[in-house]
Design a protein around this ligand. Structure first.
Ligand code: GLC
Length: 433
């Protein structure tokens, strides 16, 4: 390099340093002198959401961020099984100072999270008129000891999907009882109209308990009475419910792999035309409407034992605010935004989920797009909560283990349910003391 150029460069260094120092000072001025407006930085509030839903919620999150430049809402993608997400939130609370200001909560987490003191009481944020706007099951599922800890966003209820084209072709009405479902399945399979009759969630996870609640209710049984803590798992009705599930596999109407399926695996089989019946949640409706079986299926309440009534498991997701959140007011703004009818409506129209706001079931735009909403409302009105007890996660874990043993043929339904009942009683009596 010629000397003159080097000299020029060296001469430039003090000038650069000078401007860097001036720049830093200018940037710090508002902080040093606490100039209003300048010192206010945007606060980040984050929450974990199952991957599919995080993507579906993204447009609303972007809208929120545009409307609230002072808040930066971040959705962090989590695994797809509800209990895996629950474990992640639980671990973050146990470690203290959870990084999540908000908790996107499954309805079954409320008693545990509230009893542990991990959530803020949201009761005073809502007026009595606002409580009235939501489906009672969704409000009830957000309460613990008379206080609201989870604000409802979207509702959920289990139902039976069926291929009405195939049923019509074979001259059948949709089934009402377990027995009819088995008979129709076998006949349609024999006629070569579908490979499988019935697909459900048999993997050992929360979805198995949710699905079982429906078969249990349809058999006239119960799991745990939340008032008396009585356990009904070893009663004849519960054993008959397990027997029905096992029969679907031994009679070949359900694939052996059903014992490893969660919602998504079972949805795919239905969409690919491989099965006549499917048990799943309402989110499947709009996805299946863009699949090879579009226009060929309907929904109805779950089948049941003769002389018993149908059971739908109440599911759903809403928002809690972490007790340790440093930005509870910003977090509440997020909750308010997602709860309002306008946001729910956008989410429902785009993704086919079920709103928690009652008025949306008669919204002309929603009904025009989803004509199954009246049926859905009927199913939701009769939906049953899984036992709302603080020990729910452990109780469900016990049930999942023994159900899995029974449906994979490693234990008889009687033995499995006797053991599940005994362990559940132990759990409830120990934690009751
Ligand atoms: C759905 C329900 C939820 C349930 C889960 C089980 O997401 O909304 O309540 O626990 O499925 O897989």
């Amino acid at each position: 390099m010629p000397l003159t150029k080097l000299q020029k460069k060296l001469r430039g260094i003090p000038t650069i340093a000078f401007w860097v120092i001036i720049g830093c000072w200018l940037a710090l001025l508002p902080v040093i002198f606490n100039v209003p407006g300048f010192s206010q930085q945007s606060v980040t509030v984050s929450l974990l959401v199952r991957a599919l839903e995080a993507q579906q919620l993204q447009p609303l999150a972007q809208e929120f961020n545009q409307q609230h430049p002072e808040i930066n809402l971040q959705l962090i993608e989590a695994p797809s099984d509800t209990n895996q997400v629950e474990d992640l939130y639980t671990a973050s609370f146990l470690l203290g100072n959870s990084p999540y200001d908000l908790v996107f909560m499954d309805i079954v987490w409320t008693p545990k999270f509230a009893a542990a003191g991990w959530l803020k009481d949201l009761s005073s944020y809502l007026s009595p008129e606002e409580f009235e706007k939501f489906l009672p099951g969704d409000i009830q599922g957000g309460m613990y000891q008379g206080k609201l800890y989870r604000a409802p966003f979207r509702s959920d209820a289990g139902m039976l999907y069926y291929r009405d084209d195939l049923l019509t072709q074979a001259g059948y009405q949709p089934p009402e009882t377990f027995k009819e479902l088995i008979t129709i399945s076998q006949d349609l399979q024999q006629q070569g109209l579908a490979e499988w009759g019935y697909v459900w969630q048999g993997k050992q996870y929360e979805g198995l308990s949710a699905m079982f609640v429906e078969v249990l209710q349809g058999s006239g049984g119960f799991w745990v009475n939340p008032e008396t803590l009585e356990v009904g798992l070893d009663r004849p009705e519960a054993i008959a419910a397990v027997q029905f599930l096992r029969d679907t596999i031994t009679t070949n109407i359900s694939p052996p792999g059903v014992t490893t399926y969660a919602e998504e695996e079972s949805r795919r089989l239905f969409e690919n035309g491989k099965t006549v019946f499917l048990r799943n949640w309402p989110y499947v409706y709009s996805l299946a409407s863009n699949s090879p079986i579009a226009g060929k299926f309907s929904i109805k309440p779950m089948v049941h034992q003769e002389n018993k009534s149908s059971g739908a498991c109440q599911g759903g997701w809403g928002f809690g605010i972490s007790a340790t959140s440093k930005h509870p007011e910003s977090a509440w703004k997020v909750v308010q935004f997602f709860m309002k009818e306008e946001s729910q409506k956008k989410f429902v129209l785009a993704n086919g989920y079920v709103p928690s706001a009652k008025s949306l079931f008669n919204d002309p735009e929603i009904v025009a797009k989803y004509d199954h909403y009246p049926t859905l409302l009927k199913i939701l009105e009769n939906a049953a909560l899984r036992p709302p007890i603080p020990q729910y996660a452990q109780a469900s874990d016990i049930l999942q283990r023994y159900l899995s043993a029974a449906i994979t043929n490693t234990m008889s339904p009687e033995t499995a349910m006797q053991k599940a009942a005994a362990e559940t009683r132990r759990l409830l009596s120990v934690s009751d003391q």
